[in-house]
Design a protein around this ligand. Structure first.
Ligand code: PLP
Length: 475
């Protein structure tokens, strides 16, 4: 493809992109493809000779698009969103065009310095003290792994990096039973052993019980096990429960234990002063992660990772072969040493575009709108005689189930709601997912999509009610 062709196709693609953003409602939210549908239409062998862009794009339309679940659809209420926005996409286009690999300051000074500035903005925007320094990671899973590894090295005086685990004590990590699965994955990868992850009991709002945490730590200490790290969650994935950070931080302080805060989704709400109650005690954390790629209109991937002790982070990860040495090393941030991989994308660019394009107040306005949508939906559920809320609505996730009068057996209600979810998603009009809260099959509806309107939520609710109340025969 020569530059002239590129220009032509790029213009038509931008038109396609704008049309897509405008008309995304016309697609079924959840892809209706069956397993194997897409691969069956893809040739077993790559083309020997180059093909025209028209042919490639035709197959994108015919083969790829039907297999896409439309995450930017306003009626995407599933999981947590990975919401995006026009300025973010524009930033991503420029990133791809520059194709810069931003491992060191020298490999693109603007990338390093923009990252330093934008993460500083974000720190201030979510009300973190200036004692924290930010860096962008790909995902929360990676940021949490960085935190565990840094804790591991700090506690072992950097011995494990040098010698491995031989002669080291057993280390324990603590989280709640509602903690995201990435913590368990990270504990495995960090070599700490899944059996040393303590899943602490939660209270009736699904938040970690600090008293149970203290008990588990005491028990480990009396068994000669070294408490390494506590992971507190602000906004669990199941129900956006808020772990009591100040109480947890007090337990950590008593025993000098590393505290990591996973605020992957709900961290965005800290842009709102009225949500700062959630982060009371956060100044005692060692590390914090939240995903701009979930609820801050920055397309995947972009995770903000804040650390109190960047030297410990860098000491855990740095490596300096001759071919990476530069003259500026002592005066600049070489972000390759602030995380796992060497090569880095220029993620700060799209984040900068998003923050500047919306402004802090523009972002706050959208977040407040999403939270209002969730609260209104919760009101509907509370007042419907045959629906019930299953968890407090802390930010923009509503957990509920259908509970018709006279049906009270757990299994029967679980089956009823599982079946309801399947029928709702088959409509293609909305997309919800589920979780289990204390064994109860729970429908989750997240109202945090960039373009979601009050009307979208109202219509979804009407569909949920109508589908639930349909007579059995028409299922
Ligand atoms: C989504 C989520 C994660 C994982 O996020 P990734 O960026 O996909 O790794 C971790 N913790 C919580 C609480 C989450 O909601």
């Amino acid at each position: 493809m020569d530059i002239q062709d590129f220009r032509l196709h790029a213009h038509s693609l931008v038109d396609w992109m704008a049309d897509y953003m405008e008309n995304v409602r016309d697609y079924p939210v959840k892809s209706q493809a069956a397993p194997g549908d897409v691969i069956a239409r893809l040739p077993k062998h790559p083309p020997e000779n180059g093909e025209s862009f028209e042919a490639i794009f035709q197959d994108f339309s015919d083969i790829v698009m039907p297999g896409i679940t439309h995450w930017q659809h306003p009626s995407f209420f599933a999981y947590f969103p990975a919401n995006s926005s026009p300025p973010s996409v524009l930033g991503e286009m420029l990133m791809a065009t520059l194709g810069a690999q931003c491992m060191s300051w020298q490999t693109s000074p603007a990338a390093a310095e923009l990252e330093e500035r934008v993460t500083g903005w974000l720190r201030d925007m979510i009300g973190l003290p200036r004692t924290f320094t930010g860096v962008i990671q790909d995902t929360a899973t990676t940021a949490t792994l960085c935190s565990l590894l840094t804790a591991r090295e700090k506690v072992s005086a950097y011995r494990i990096n040098e010698h491995g685990f031989a002669g080291e004590p057993v280390f324990a990590v603590y989280c709640s039973s509602e903690t995201h699965s990435s913590i368990e994955k990270d504990v495995k990868i960090a070599g700490l052993g899944r059996e040393n992850l303590r899943k602490i009991a939660v209270d009736e709002s699904f938040a970690m019980r600090a008293d149970k945490l203290a008990e588990a730590i005491e028990q480990d200490l009396s068994n000669g096990i070294v408490p390494l790290c506590v992971v507190a969650t602000l906004g669990t994935t199941g129900s956006t429960a808020i772990d009591p950070l100040a109480e947890i931080a007090a337990v950590c302080a008593r025993h000098n234990i590393w505290l990591h805060v996973d605020a992957a989704f709900a961290g965005t709400a800290l842009l709102l002063p009225e949500f700062r109650w959630m982060s009371k005690g956060i100044e005692h954390a060692d590390t914090i992660v939240f995903n701009a790629h979930k609820w801050m209109f920055t397309n995947f991937d972009c995770s903000l990772y804040f650390v109190k002790d960047p030297d410990a982070l860098i000491r855990t990860f740095d490596i300096l072969p001759e071919y990476l040495k530069t003259q500026e090393d002592s005066r600049v941030n070489n972000y390759r040493d602030w995380g796992i991989q060497l090569g880095r994308r220029f993620r700060a660019l799209k984040l900068w575009f998003v923050i500047r394009s919306y402004g802090v107040s523009g972002l706050q306005q959208l977040l407040r709108h999403h939270i209002a949508c969730a609260r209104r939906l919760a009101k509907h559920i509370e007042t419907a005689p045959d629906f019930e809320l299953l968890a407090p609505v802390s930010t923009a996730l509503v957990c509920f189930r259908y509970h018709p009068v006279g049906v009270d057996a757990l299994d029967e209600l679980n089956d009823l709601n599982e079946n309801l979810l399947e029928r709702l998603n088959l409509t293609g009009t909305i997309y919800l997912t589920h979780t289990k809260l204390s064994g109860v099959y729970t429908l989750r509806m997240v109202t945090a999509q960039t373009g979601v309107t009050q009307d979208d939520v109202e219509q979804a609710w009407v569909l949920v009610v109508g589908t639930a109340r349909e007579p059995e025969a028409s299922k």
